[in-house]
Design a protein around this ligand. Structure first.
Ligand code: CTP
Length: 408
């Protein structure tokens, strides 16, 4: 299921301190199932050895167009013809200038120019000092390289090796992997605006206490990532969780069920798909104390009373856009037993075309899960897999259902 599995990636390193991150990138690519052929410029060899990259990729590194081991003496042709993509990471300011000018006087820029441009994509992960990044010549060259067909993955912001802080850092290896996975994913959800809730909610009792639940948000975040990979514009409304935001996803953090409802209500005006994975607290304290509730010495616990929270999914599913078929709603059900029975009833009660059931205590905080898809026709299980894989399967399932709904 990993879009990088079976791909052959030519990983080009140009000169820059971020070369040390290219070692980790090569390792992650191999782990994802890609074969990796490293090509290094002379400048890159000042920062990391070819031996390191060879050991990580299990292939000799190519460094020169005059390499006598290539029987036809055409390393640039051989390397570029077999690639599914050429990824330059780090891509230095000088290398961007070379690409913009179409230079061919060393192997890496030569093979970029020699690649079959319609078949072999070129992706750039720039890395440089912030002044170099901001320089008009760099930006001009980058725009030229992009116009000539390169995909620019962007840069990170933060502390730089030179001691300065700003834009120009190379993306982290895991971020580059995320971008590459998205790049190779078929755009099944192109044109869709997907709104997702994830994580628990936090219902305050007083300024320091509250009630919440054990939802980690992992399933919702995995679906958000998969939907973005599939080309959707994704908004993720997250309760309090400790998870990094998937790249390219707009995240809005909320605390309580009421906050979540207000945010979802606004976003649902333009969304085309709503997926409610959040474990919304069913009740909240009727009154939130202004100050911390103190022990009064009586040994008696304070009496708390609760009121029911609004049902976000049911509210959205009952909206005009959902009823008219402009907003496809998917619910989740976290149950502890009798999954199919509860999921069927819940689907009807919430008024959604698709409900995804899972056993809550078995999945909270875990990296894998099993899912049961329940619709008006019946049910269908997705066997145990990582939440990443299940997120992708769910996105494929959703794309099929959206296409079927469009065709009827
Ligand atoms: N949900 C919601 N707002 C709520 C409660 C639930 O949007 N106030 C959504 C969840 O995000 C999920 C679905 O409704 O998609 C089912 O949530 P679940 O907690 O399993 O069901 P409940 O409605 O709370 O029913 P019960 O507690 O009886 O199992």
């Amino acid at each position: 299921m990993n879009p990088l599995a079976g791909k052959h990636i030519v990983l080009g390193l140009s000169g820059g301190i971020a070369c040390y991150k290219a070692a980790e990138l090569a390792r992650l690519l191999v782990k994802a199932g890609s074969s990796v052929q490293v090509v290094m410029t002379e400048a890159a060899e000042h920062f990391i050895t070819a031996a390191t990259m060879q050991a990580l990729t299990n292939r000799p590194v190519a460094t020169s167009q005059w390499d006598a081991r290539e029987s036809n003496a055409m390393a640039h042709i051989n390397l570029s013809r077999e690639a599914d993509a050429i990824v330059i990471a780090p891509c230095s300011a000088d290398f961007i200038a070379r690409l913009a000018a179409g230079r061919c006087d060393e192997l890496l820029s030569l093979l970029c120019v020699a690649r079959p441009i319609a078949r072999v994509p070129l992706l750039l992960a720039p890395a440089m000092n912030r002044e170099m990044w901001a320089h008009p010549a760099t930006q001009r060259n980058l725009a030229q390289a992009a116009q000539d067909g390169a995909t620019v993955l962007g840069v990170g912001c933060g502390e730089q090796a030179c001691g300065e802080t700003g834009d120009g850092r190379m993306l982290e290896p895991s971020e580059i992997i995320e971008e590459l996975e998205a790049f190779f994913t078929p755009k099944l959800l192109a044109g869709q605006k997907v709104l997702i809730t994830a994580g628990p909610t936090f219902e305050a009792i007083d300024p320091v206490r509250g009630i919440t639940n054990r939802s980690s948000g992992k399933m919702g975040f995995a679906i958000a990532r998969a939907a973005r990979e599939a080309g959707a514009e994704v908004t993720l409304v997250a309760g309090p969780v400790h998870l990094p935001t998937p790249r390219g996803v707009a995240r809005i953090d909320v605390q309580s069920a009421q906050n979540m409802l207000e945010t979802v209500d606004r976003q649902a005006q333009t969304a085309t798909v709503f997926i409610a994975t959040a474990a919304v607290a069913d009740w909240r304290p009727a009154v939130v104390a202004m100050h911390k509730i103190k022990k009064d010495g009586s040994g008696q616990a304070p009496a708390l009373s609760f009121v029911e929270n609004p049902d976000i999914l049911a509210t959205v599913a009952a909206s005009r856009r959902a009823r008219e078929g402009d907003l496809y709603c998917v619910g989740f059900a976290a149950e502890s037993d009798h999954l199919l029975e509860h999921a069927r009833l819940k689907r009807e009660r919430k008024g959604v075309p698709l409900l995804v059931g899972n056993i809550g205590p078995a999945t909270f905080g875990q990296d894998d899960n099993t899912l049961l898809l329940v619709d008006s026709q019946g049910s269908h299980a997705l066997p145990r897999a990582s939440k990443r894989v299940l997120g992708r399967q769910l996105v494929a399932e959703l794309a099929r259902r959206l296409a079927a709904a469009r065709d009827t």
